[in-house]
Design a protein around this ligand. Structure first.
Ligand code: HEC
Ligand code: HEC
Ligand code: HEC
Ligand code: HEC
Length: 494
């Protein structure tokens, strides 16, 4: 092989070409290096605090000057302009959409009022407005609605907080879910601050705040988007995970501690209300198994100029498929959307079947009681109804669950259907024994009003009580909060 110097000696032009090429390469490399350094510096600068934030600063407005991009996007959670097949931020009256729910929850607050969830900006308004809360409610209800909970628990401790009344903290819980719910203001690290999640993992020997970074991008959400219950007289917020996080494990836990959310008004079954096991169902899906966190889809990265930051407009990823899904998937937006809808539609088909059977089971059980059935005869039936509805609700209340883990959702609904059919089989024998004509006639529950009338709710009075509360107590809470300096008046502006 010839030496380069020989070639250059023979043809000097080659030497010049090599020289110029080297100069160009060095120049380009230095540009790249500079750009990287600048980006890093820019990132550092944009995330550095110009003014320190107090450790328990609950007003997100006070974080704005330091982090304008995150603040601006966070504010967008006030929007109410996106509805997909099952999700979105538009307030939808779920009882009007499906009045069967009123019968399933007869005797429980959810039969009065149940809306599809909105963005985080509305949490304080929505908990005040719902017909499910009243001055008699427990303080524990505030726990997943406001960063003021973090401040209050720091001040008086979780036990004293949980055992209080809802109204005791009306003038303290005034800021919607915000920065302090997920961040330590000193370090800006993600921080889990709700005791229930910390304690549930502690019982399994895990320090949730020491988990790897990628897992914390899920854990900040799992503070609230989970199944929970109020334990004992002190209403201590507890996650029922000690036997595991499968639907059966949680059911077994509740059965063992004898937890009953309410006794069903028609069937008298000792019922469980599933909250929103979003984290637990997500865990069973392929994305969780591949390490994709809640924030990856619901808070994807966003660019403005050269700055890359986390999109704090937490919302349905279908409103933002390009950033949420297409960073990993090459399919078109339309294909990805259809992938989601197809899974949701199939799970819904099973969910509606399950719902129909449960309505029948409650009403047939009611007929059996009327005909004179005994406690002993009904015991097994009621347990089957409890378990069937628990499983139905676990899926129905898991927002996004039919996409997060479609197979697990379908599996759970399959077992719900099996249990309500089993209950109806037993009921059919009891009804026969007491000479009740079958099929038992079903009431007209074609609208929310008709269904609420059927289960004997005095909606006029309930709505009137709420109106009074909103017109008298709430303005007083707002005034007191402003006097205490807890509320930035800008925070209520959308
Ligand atoms: C792979 C992406 C992905 C991951 C990871 C993911 N989600 Fe979702 N999530 C979705 C999609 C898609 C929907 C359906 C949105 C719709 O129907 O408009 C959804 C729906 C939801 C909804 C209902 C939203 C609405 O608009 O009604 C909530 C709440 C939710 N997810 C919370 C979570 C939580 C909490 C986690 C983590 C434990 C998580 N998600 C993980 C993609 C994801
Ligand atoms: C402090 C409790 C809390 C935390 C922490 C929390 N959420 Fe929520 N989230 C809620 C509540 C409560 C609602 C319902 C608000 C309403 O309807 O007023 C909600 C609503 C939502 C919605 C529906 C909004 C829409 O526009 O469709 C999505 C999606 C969601 N949360 C995802 C997440 C994700 C992802 C995380 C973590 C990055 C998270 N949440 C952290 C309590 C919380
Ligand atoms: C529901 C939880 C949640 C809330 C509420 C929240 N953040 Fe974040 N924030 C996150 C997550 C998740 C990340 C990504 C962290 C990571 O992976 O490093 C993040 C990242 C950040 C970062 C680092 C830079 C970036 O954009 O990635 C800053 C700064 C920040 N948030 C500021 C804020 C401010 C200011 C608020 C209130 C207006 C706020 N956050 C509210 C969850 C939240
Ligand atoms: C951080 C990367 C990442 C993001 C973001 C992401 N996915 Fe995925 N997705 C995956 C991986 C990994 C798999 C598993 C496929 C594999 O391992 O071959 C998967 C699987 C899927 C599947 C097939 C699941 C099944 O039921 O078999 C669908 C559908 C899907 N994703 C849709 C979406 C949609 C819609 C979004 C946005 C809301 C999204 N993904 C966001 C990485 C991601």
């Amino acid at each position: 092989m010839k030496k380069i110097s020989d070639i250059v000696n023979k043809r000097p032009i080659v030497g010049w070409v090599l020289f110029l090429f080297t100069v160009a390469a060095v120049y380009l490399l230095s540009l790249l290096g500079y750009s990287i350094a600048e980006r890093k510096l820019e990132y550092k600068l944009t995330n550095q605090q110009k003014e320190p934030i107090a450790r328990m600063e609950t007003r997100s407005e006070e974080w704005k000057n330091n982090y304008p991009r995150q603040y601006e996007r966070w504010q967008q959670t006030a929007e109410g302009d996106f509805a997909s097949l099952e999700g979105g931020n538009v307030m939808i009256d779920m009882l009007e959409r499906d009045p069967r729910l009123v019968v399933l929850w007869a005797g429980y607050g959810f039969s009065k009022d149940y809306n599809q969830g909105r963005g985080h900006f509305h949490t304080v308004d929505d908990i005040r407005n719902t017909l499910r809360t009243s001055p008699a409610s427990t303080a524990t209800c505030w726990t997943c609605k406001s960063p003021d909970v973090v401040r209050m628990m720091d001040k008086i401790g979780p036990e004293a907080f949980y055992s209080g009344k809802w109204v005791d903290f009306g003038s303290e819980m005034v800021n919607a879910i915000g920065c302090l719910d997920c961040h330590n203001p000193k370090t800006m690290e993600l921080e889990v601050n709700r005791p229930a999640l910390i304690e549930a993992f502690e019982r399994q020997g895990i320090d949730v705040n020491k988990l790897p970074h990628q897992e914390k991008r899920t854990m900040v959400c799992a503070q609230c988007h989970v199944e929970y219950y109020f334990k004992g007289k002190g209403k201590y917020l507890t996650f029922p995970w000690d036997k595991g996080r499968d639907v059966e494990d949680v059911e077994e836990y509740y059965d063992e501690v004898g937890h009953v959310d309410w006794v069903h008004k028609i069937s008298k079954a000792p019922m469980l209300k599933a909250q929103h096991p979003d984290y637990e169902i997500w865990e069973k899906g392929i994305h969780a198994q591949r390490g994709v966190s809640c924030a990856d889809c619901h808070m994807p990265y966003r660019r403005e100029g050269g700055v890359k930051f986390t999109d704090h407009h937490v919302q349905s990823p279908l409103a933002n498929i390009a950033n949420s899904c297409q960073v990993c998937h090459r399919e078109s937006e339309e294909t990805l959307r259809q992938n989601v809808f197809e899974r949701q539609e199939r799970v819904r088909e099973l969910r509606l079947t399950s719902e129909d059977l449960l309505v029948k089971a409650h009403i047939e059980a009611g007929a059996a009681w009327e005909a004179g059935a005994s406690d002993a005869e009904m015991k097994e039936v009621l347990q089957l109804i409890r378990h069937s509805q628990w499983r139905w609700d676990y899926v129905a209340a898991s927002h996004g669950g039919s996409f997060h883990a479609p197979l697990e959702s379908a599996r759970i609904l399959g077992s719900s259907i099996e249990k309500s059919q089993e209950a109806r089989l037993l009921l059919s024998r009891i009804l026969m024994k007491y000479n009740v004509k079958q099929p038992v006639p079903m009431p007209d529950i074609s609208s929310k009003a008709k269904a609420q009338d059927y289960i004997g709710l005095d909606m006029k009075k309930i709505i009137e009580d709420k109106r009074k509360f909103l017109e008298t107590l709430v303005p007083q809470w707002q005034r007191e909060a402003e006097e205490k300096g807890l509320l930035d008046e800008n925070s209520r502006k959308k």
